[in-house]
Design a protein around this ligand. Structure first.
Ligand SMILES: NC(=O)c1ccc[n+]([C@@H]2O[C@H](COP(=O)([O-])OP(=O)(O)OC[C@H]3O[C@@H](n4cnc5c(N)ncnc54)[C@H](O)[C@@H]3O)[C@@H](O)[C@H]2O)c1
Ligand SMILES: O=c1ccn([C@@H]2O[C@H](COP(=O)(O)OP(=O)(O)O[C@H]3O[C@H](CO)[C@@H](O)[C@H](O)[C@H]3O)[C@@H](O)[C@H]2O)c(=O)[nH]1
Length: 437
């Protein structure tokens, strides 16, 4: 089937590429000329494992095209996917400017009936609004129906998640439009859950808010474990054995970051407030996360008193491994706090360093390897659990650092391991190892 995808970020590009892989003829349109030029040559502008290969294969098969021209992209398309950003506004609401602009672009450029599919994460009621905007601006009487098809992929495993997702949610108030979406998605072989438009929009926010809640919950338990001398890794493992709880998303750490959880939890608090609902639980989840993101600096200050003049190795910058995305990464908060305290930050990230340069303090120094980062450092902070970071051994820290003092925000090492070395090792929700003489 002929499909157009508007927006080629993490969601749009992965969606476009995967839809072409299952046999559809896909044209992706973006307003960013540089991105389109690079994608035409088979080069993905984002780092996402497996994406480049699929992109090249489907361009070669003639099933995947890129353009900056909306009319060209929409010509003959039966479905137009909206996958543009819905960033957080200053007041916490979702900014719908890009989505609304696409609705106008659709009205101005289609030349046949279409189903408009919203993949972007949008507040309840937005799909209806998109449909009305398109209909208002249409110059000819084409049939346009909206379908909410929220996206659940994770960055770093986006391609895998698209082919092996747990469900595909189709929210529609029109049977024909829902049937078209089912037909498009059937080759994925993933369970399809059909509902009305508003419930589909809510499923997306509720899912992200629930996962964020799980993370803040286990982080609070971790903070308690530290005070009560229990071990959060064992606590999470023991909890996770209960099927009703499940073991996933119970990894204590430095809080959630990324382009979705922070903005979507804030947006849901705002959505609730429109209907005079005070979402206290979610407000606490957000507050706990803010404190957790600063936790490594808090611990370092407790250890040293002052951080003035300290050289800090910051190991990992991205909000999680396998992505170059720096949006809402804890490293941003941590680096700014450290610089404010008078420390020098020496940062390492295998992929995200270029993106980090725009967000971290200008004083930050960047190095090419974790070994270089720890050389001569007064303490190390593990921020992202990249394999390259986990490959450092305690002997590396002992040999290369001024003093082997490690604040591990991701519990990369076992306590048994740490206990065998003359190091100071502070992790999350576990007892401190202070073996230095
Ligand atoms: N990133 C994720 O992991 C993820 C996962 C699930 C859902 N989502 C949601 O999907 C949406 C997109 O997120 P993203 O991270 O892919 O965004 P992104 O910011 O990476 O990409 C958006 C793209 O849209 C383009 N664009 C903006 N206006 C346009 C227009 N009028 N016409 C054509 N292109 C236009 C931009 O140039 C950009 O390339 C958001 O609502 C997000 O919440 C994201
Ligand atoms: O047990 C855990 C799991 C995750 N995280 C952190 O939570 C954040 C988000 O991680 P993850 O969910 O893997 O990444 P995203 O790519 O942001 O994906 C989330 O956000 C997307 C955008 O809405 C959704 O599509 C996905 O389903 C949802 O998992 C990261 O900072 C992780 O380090 C933890 O601290 N502990």
């Amino acid at each position: 089937m002929q499909i157009a995808v508007v927006g080629t970020g993490y969601v749009g590009l992965v969606t476009g590429v995967c839809l072409s892989e299952i046999g559809h003829d896909v044209t992706c349109v973006d307003i960013d000329e540089k991105k389109v030029e690079s994608m035409r040559q088979g080069l993905s502008p984002i780092y996402e494992p497996g994406l480049d290969e699929l992109m090249k294969a489907n361009i070669d098969r003639g099933r995947l095209h890129f353009t900056t021209n909306h009319k060209e992209a929409f010509a003959g398309a039966k479905a137009i996917y909206i996958a543009v950003g819905t960033p957080q506004r200053e007041d916490g609401q979702a900014d719908l400017r890009f989505v609304e602009q696409v609705a106008i672009d659709i009205a101005n450029n289609i030349e046949n009936d279409v189903v408009v599919v919203t993949k972007s994460t949008v507040p309840v009621g937005t799909n209806e609004r998109v449909q009305s905007i398109v209909r208002e601006h249409l110059k000819e009487d084409y049939k346009v129906h909206s379908v909410s098809n929220p996206e659940f992929l994770r960055e770093g495993s986006a391609v895998k998640d698209t082919f092996e997702g747990d469900r595909i949610v189709i929210g529609s108030n029109n049977e024909e439009a829902a049937a078209l979406l089912e037909e498009i998605n059937r080759p994925f072989g993933i369970e399809i859950f059909k509902t009305d438009i508003r419930s589909a929009e809510m499923i997306k926010y509720a899912s992200n808010a629930f996962l964020a809640t799980k993370i803040s919950f286990i982080n609070e338990i971790a903070n308690l474990c530290e005070k009560l001398e229990a071990d959060v890794e064992d606590v999470a493992a023991g909890m996770g054995l209960d099927d009703r709880i499940g073991s996933k998303f119970l990894k204590a750490g430095i809080g959630y970051g990324g382009s979705c959880f922070p903005k979507d939890t804030s947006a849901l608090v705002q959505i609730a407030s429109y209907v005079q609902h005070d979402f206290n639980l979610l407000k606490s989840v957000i507050q706990v996360n803010g404190e957790q993101q600063r936790m490594l600096v808090t611990k370092a200050k407790q250890r040293f008193g002052t951080l003035e003049g300290k050289r800090v190795a910051m190991l990992g910058l991205a909000f999680k491994p396998n992505t170059d995305d720096m949006r809402e990464a804890a490293s941003i908060t941590l680096a700014h706090e450290l610089v404010k305290e008078g420390a020098t930050v020496v940062a390492y990230d295998p992929i995200a360093a270029d993106n980090a340069k725009k967000l971290l303090p200008s004083e930050t120094l960047y190095v090419e390897s974790p070994e270089e980062a720890i050389t001569g450092a007064d303490f190390a902070m593990i921020v992202t659990e990249w394999d390259q970071v986990k490959a450092l051994t305690f002997n590396d820290y002992i040999e290369k650092m001024n003093e082997p003092i490690i604040f591990d925000g991701r519990n990369c090492y076992s306590l048994d391991q740490a206990a065998q070395y003359p190091v100071e090792y502070y992790s999350v929700g576990r007892k401190n190892i202070t073996n230095q003489n």
